[in-house]
Each structure stands twice: as C-alpha cells, then as structure tokens.
Write a protein that binds this ligand. Structure first.
Ligand code: FES
Length: 190
C-alpha cells in the first residue's frame, strides 16, 4: 500500500476477509491430528456397536423359549455306537472322541461307562490283559461293569443311558448317571 493512499472500501473489505481467514485457519500440522482423532472415535463407535450386537444375540439365544441345555433335559447328544453284533461279549470298546466306553458283559448285556475316575477325575484306561480299568493317578481299579475293585475311588464309574433300536445301540451322552455300585438293573439287553 502506498503511504497516504487509502484503499477503496471494497479493496479494504477484501483484505480484512483474507486476514480473518488466515487468523481462523488452524496450522497445517494439526490437521492430521484431527483426522486421526475422528478416525479413532469412529472406530471405537463401530466396535462398541458390534459388541452391543453380540451381547444382544447372546441374550436372545439365552432367553429363547423352549431352549434347554442337554444336561437339563437328559436327552443330550445321541451317539450311534453301531449294531449289536459288532461288539463281542466280554469286551470293552473305547469311543475316544465321545469319551466313553461301551462294555458288553459276559451275558450279552451293555453298559456305557464314563472314562472319568470317581476319585479325582483322571481318565481311566481299559487294560484288556488285566480285564479291568486302572486309574494311573492313585491306583483305583474297576471291573468291566465299572464296579470298584480297588479304592480310593469311592463309587462305581458313572454311566450313560443306553437304548437299542432295530438292533443298533444308541448312547445318550446328555447326562452322566452317578451310581454307588453296580446293579443288574443298569444293564441293557438287545
Ligand atoms: S483319580 Fe483315580 S484314583 Fe485318584
């Protein structure tokens, strides 16, 4: 500007606007900060929304009428063990994935036994040469019926409900049945 010469009003106004804009504009270095902050807040909002959706789905699944856990109904996952003739008498067959033994007694009857020791819960292997279950933890032993033959196990191996339909054996794994000792009424015959 030339000293002593005044700007026309519209030129002065334009200059004021430019000066104002320069004063209001933030430094270039703070712009990425703002962008990062808004990105993070959007990300958190999205994650929060997803968490809410998940909680909602869990609540609905839990409250859905008529839905009961297998252990409550007693009718749990059914395992089809196979045809009766597949299991010779006096043998024990391990169902490793399903975690039980199917024992066929000398009279042809069936028992499905838990593989969990009733002392402290170790897995008991069937020792076919000795014809008994032997717990590796504290030495308990059980016969083919799951009956205790050597303590400290306090009671017979738990069992699962067995049913035979059309000569095929089914085991209900929904609930382990506790028992004090073996009883012939527990055996299921073809
Ligand atoms: S857990 Fe089997 S004897 Fe102790």
């Amino acid at each position: 500007m030339v000293p002593g010469v005044r700007d026309a009003p519209h030129v002065a106004l334009g200059r004021n606007v430019i000066l104002k804009n320069q004063m209001n504009s933030k430094p270039a270095s703070s712009r990425p900060e703002v962008t990062r902050r808004s990105f993070l807040s959007k990300l958190w909002a999205g994650l929060g929304f997803l968490a809410l959706l998940e909680i909602g789905a869990l609540v609905i699944a839990f409250l859905r009428p008529g839905r009961k856990r297998a252990s409550e109904t007693g009718a749990g996952p059914m395992v089809t063990a196979g045809p009766v003739d597949k299991f010779p008498v006096n043998t024990v067959t391990a169902f490793v994935k399903e975690k039980f033994y199917l024992a066929r007694l000398s009279d042809g009857g069936f028992l499905a036994l838990s593989r969990k020791c009733t002392h402290l819960g170790c897995t008991v292997p069937w020792i076919s040469e000795a014809a008994r279950f032997e717990c590796p933890c504290h030495g308990s032993a059980f016969d083919i019926r799951g009956e205790v033959t050597r303590p400290p196990a306090p009671r017979a191996l738990d069992m699962y409900s067995v049913s035979i339909k059309n000569n095929v054996i089914h085991v209900d794994m929904g609930r382990a049945i506790k028992r004090g000792c073996f009883d012939s009424a527990q055996v299921v015959y073809p």
